[in-house]
Design a protein. Structure first.
Length: 153
């Protein structure tokens, strides 16, 4: 359904230069990943405890979501009628204990919940730039009856 890029934690000491701190988070070591595609848009999402971003899907772009801190539940539901995983639901627990870079293709609905007790962040690097004249992001309500998942449980 999605591509989970193998990641490896790097033991790099934090380096501080006046007001600058640098820590390497992870390194991609997977020849099948599209993570090397050009970065055309990047943004950070801040999520307070129990916050949810559901449901979102795209018509054309892939989302590339990097989870390296906090504790998140990512839920995926495949809407692609010609896919071998059509109609399947997948739940992932990611973040500081399981850092990952997820690549989610078009028409795979996804939702994210911060299941930790502290505010956490993740990064999105979609494969297409934001176009206000023709937005690609589609939304469905959190309680959409077509998606067999309840964030309250």
């Amino acid at each position: 359904m999605i591509q989970i890029t193998n990641t490896f934690k790097v033991s790099a000491p934090e380096v501080s230069l006046t007001d600058l701190a640098l820590s390497e988070l992870f390194t991609v070591r997977d020849n099948h990943s599209r993570a090397t595609d050009a970065i055309v848009h990047i943004y950070q999402v801040t999520a307070i405890p129990d916050s949810r971003r559901a449901w979102v899907y795209h018509r054309w772009q892939n989302d590339r979501l990097a989870y390296t801190n906090g504790h998140f539940r990512v839920v995926l539901y495949d809407l692609r009628p010609d896919s071998s995983t059509f109609g399947l639901l997948q739940v992932l627990h990611v973040g500081i204990d399981q850092p990952v870079l997820l690549e989610i293709p078009p028409l795979v609905v996804h939702g994210v919940q911060n299941i930790g007790s502290e505010t956490a962040t993740f990064i999105n690097m979609p494969t297409r730039p934001w176009c206000p004249a023709d937005p690609d992001k589609m939304r469905l309500p959190e309680k959409d009856p077509r998606i067999p998942f309840n964030f309250d449980v």
